[in-house]
Design a binder for this molecule. Sequence first.
Ligand code: ZN
Ligand code: MN
Length: 478
Amino acid sequence: MTEYEAIIGLETHIQLNTTTKIFCGCKADSWGEPPNTNICPVCCGLPGVLPVLNKTVVEKAVLLSAAMHTEIQRVSYFDRKNYFYPDLPKGYQISQYDQPLALGGYLELPMPEGYTRRVNIAKLHIEEDAGKTKNEYGRRLIDFNRCGVPLIEMVTQPDLRSADEASQYLIRLRQLLRWLGISEADMEKAHLRCDANVSIRPKGADYLNPKTEIKNVNSITAVRDAILTEIERQMREVEAGNKIQTWTLEWDEESGVLRKMRSKETEADYRYFREPDLLPIQLDEAWLSEILSALPELPLERRQRFVEQYSLPEYDADILTGERSLSDYFESAVQSYGSDAKRVSNWLMNDVLRMVNERGISPAELKLTAAYLADIIKLVDSNAINTSTGKSLIEKVEQSGKSPQQIVDEEGLAKVSDQDAIRTVCAEVLAEAPDQVKNYQGGKIGLMGWFVGQVMKKMRGKADPQLAKSILEELLSK
Ligand code: ZN
Ligand code: MN
C-alpha cells in the first residue's frame, strides 16, 4: 500500500486588541454587544466618507512581523478587494495585496515528539474585517459591528506535515500573540480564525497535488479534527482511483463532517486595485526603532534561556514560558529566593499554577506575590513550618493578602518540634486507642500511618511528622 504524507498550509486572521477600529473611531471589540450598535458612516462605507488609518494597528502588526522574523517592508500599500456579499456594505474590503507589510519569516514549532518543525511564512498583511450574517427568526440578519475591526492576515507556506503540526502552529501562534500583547487570540471569540489548505501525496514525492480548503473552524481541536478527517477522505478517494477536486469545505463541528461550500474564486475575481483614499504606510527608521524597542524576549528564546541559565528540565521551562506574566513571576521568585531555581519551579508549577488556573487569573494579579512565594519556601527550608503548612499558606496568603510570616504568627502555625509536646500527644493517642495498639503490636504495622495522622490532627498539623513517627515507634516498642 502507498504511504501518504499530508501537505498543509494555514491562513490565519488575527484580531488585534486595539481600542478603536482600523479606519474610524468605533470601538474595536464589541463581542457580545447588540447588533449594529458599534458602527458609523466610515465602517459602514456610506458615500463620501474617508478612512483614517489607526497608527496602533501598524505598530502591533510590526511587532508580530518582527517576532515572526519577516522582512518588514519600509513602504507598503492598501488595496481594495472587491466582492459582493451582504456583510460587506462597501462592496470591497480594504486590504493589502501585492505590496504587503511583511514578507517571508518563520515560526519554529518544538513538537512533543522531540523534533522541531520550521514553518515558513509567505506574507503578512493588515486589513479590515467584514460584518457577519446570521439566521434568526426565520430570516437572514446582518450585524455590521465587526466591519472595520483590525486584522492581520498571515499565510504560511505548505510546510506542515500533519494535523498535529497544524494544531501546534496555532498553539505557538496564540502563545506569541498573547506574549506580545497584541491580540487576545481567543479562537472561540473569533480573535484568531484559521483556514487550512490540505493535500496529500505519496511519501517522498516532491510535487503538489490539488488541495482543498477547510473554512470555519473555530477551535484548535476542531482544526486538528477537520484536517485529520480531510486527510483520510483524500486517501480514500485516491485509493479508489478518483481525482481530488479543489473544493472549499466547511467543518461541521457537531457532526464531525466536512461539507462542500463552493468551488473557489480565483484572485482575478477580486479585481484588486490600490486604495485611493489612503496613503502608503511608510516606516521610517525612527518610527520602526521606536516600535521595535517594545519587542520582548520571545517565548522560545526565553524557554531556551531558562534551560541554560537555571538548569531547568525542558518540561518545566516550557510550562513556565507558556505565558509571559508567568515567566516574569518565576524569575522574580527565583531572585527573591536566591538559589535553587528548580525548587521554586516545583512550588510554582504544583501549587501556584493550580490556583491560577482554577481562578482563571494571570500570575501578575496574584496577591501571593513572587516575593511571598519565596518567603514561604524559605520558611519550609528553615524548618520553621512543615511542607503541608507551607502549601496551606499559599491559599491563605492569596485570600488575605497578608505576608506569610504574619499569618504564621497570627495563627500559631510554626512547626512544633518540641520533643516533650509531641511525646505528650503521642502518649494520649495511644492511650485512647488500645485496640489499635494491640493490633499494631500483633503485627499490623500499617497502622503507623493512622497513629501519625491522629497526632497531626490533635496538633492541628503543626507537628513534625518524622519526629512524631519516631516517638510513636519508641512508645509502641515498649
Ligand atoms: Zn466606525
Ligand atoms: Mn483576509
